[in-house]
Design a protein around this ligand. Structure first.
Ligand code: AP5
Ligand code: MG
Length: 212
C-alpha cells in the first residue's frame, strides 16, 4: 500500500511521516530528502536540483518522475512530497495502475501565515533528519538532536524569500491536485492546525479505517 501525503511546505508532512513509519511499519519516501542527499553527494542530479531548490523552485517533472520511479517498489511506502504537479500525478496514476497498488491520499491543510512561522523556525538533524522548531518543538539542548545527538541545521530554502516562492508554487502547481484526487473520490482532508500528536491521531484513525 502507498500512503500519499499532500500539503503545502511546512504543514508537517515530514514530521508525521516519521511517526507513521513507526506506527504502521511503512517507509517514508521524501523527494526533498532524496534530492538533498544527491546535493550532499555532489552528483549531477544534485547539482542540477540545487539550482531549482535554493530559491524554492520546483525541480522539472521529468527529472522527478525518473528519479522516484526507481523507488516505487513492493514496500509499503509513505510518499512525502510527490506528486507535486498534475503531470507528476498523471505519471503516478499510470504506475499505480500497472502495479495494481492500493493507495490512500491524505491532504494536510494549514494557513500560509502559520506555515511561514513554522518554516522560519525549523531546524533539522543532519544525521537522522528529525525536524525540530525553535518555537513549537524545541530540542532539549540547543543545536543538538534529541534522538541521535546529531547537529541541527537550517535548510537553505527556509529563508523567508524562498518560503514565499515555495508557497506561490504550492498554490499554482500543487493545490490543483486536491481537485484531481477529489474527482476520483480518493481524498481525505486533515486539519494541520493542531499539535503534532492530534494531527497524528487523526491520520492514524483515517488510515486504520482505510486498511481494514
Ligand atoms: P521538501 O523537502 O518536500 O519540502 P516542502 O514540500 O517544502 O515541505 P517541507 O519539508 O518544508 O515541510 P513538511 O510538510 O515536511 O513540514 P515539517 O514536518 O518539516 O522539498 C524541498 C524542495 O525539493 C522543493 O521546494 C522542490 O524544490 C524540490 N522538490 C521536492 N519534491 C519535488 C517534486 N515532487 N517536484 C518538484 N520538486 C520537488 O514541519 C515543518 C516545521 O513545523 C518543523 O519545524 C516542525 O517541527 C514543525 N511542525 C510540524 N508539525 C507541527 C505542528 N502540528 N505544530 C507545530 N509545529 C509543527
Ligand atoms: Mg518535509
Amino acid at each position: 500500500m502507498y500512503l500519499i501525503l499532500l500539503g503545502a511546505p511546512g504543514v508537517g508532512k515530514g514530521t508525521q511521516s516519521k511517526m507513521l513509519e513507526e506506527k504502521f511499519g511503512m517507509v517514508q519516501l521524501s523527494t526533498g530528502d532524496i534530492l538533498r542527499t544527491e546535493i550532499t553527494k555532489g552528483t549531477e542530479l544534485g547539482k542540477l536540483a540545487a539550482t531549482y531548490m535554493e530559491n524554492g523552485g520546483l525541480v522539472p517533472d521529468d527529472i522527478i518522475v525518473n528519479m522516484i520511479s526507481k523507488y516505487l517498489d513492493d514496500r509499503d511506502l509513505i510518499l512525502d512530497g510527490f506528486p507535486r504537479t498534475l503531470e507528476q500525478a498523471e505519471a503516478l496514476a499510470l504506475i499505480l495502475e500497472k502495479q495494481n497498488k492500493k493507495y490512500i491520499i491524505l491532504n494536510i491543510t494549514l494557513d500560509d501565515q502559520l506555515i511561514v512561522d513554522r518554516l522560519c523556525g525549523r531546524l533539522i538533524c543532519r544525521s537522522c533528519g528529525t525536524s525540530f522548531n525553535i518555537k513549537f518543538a524545541k530540542p532539549k539542548v540547543e543545536g543538538v538532536c534529541d534522538i541521535c545527538s546529531g547537529e541541527l541545521y537550517q535548510r537553505p530554502d527556509d529563508k523567508e524569500e524562498s518560503i514565499i516562492n515555495r508557497l506561490k508554487l504550492y498554490h499554482s502547481k500543487t493545490k490543483p491536485l486536491i481537485d484531481f484526487y477529489r474527482s476520483r473520490g480518493k481524498l481525505t482532508m486533515i486539519d494541520g492546525n493542531r499539535n503534532s500528536s492530534e494531527v497524528f491521531e487523526n491520520l492514524v484513525e483515517v488510515i486504520t479505517k482505510e486498511i481494514k
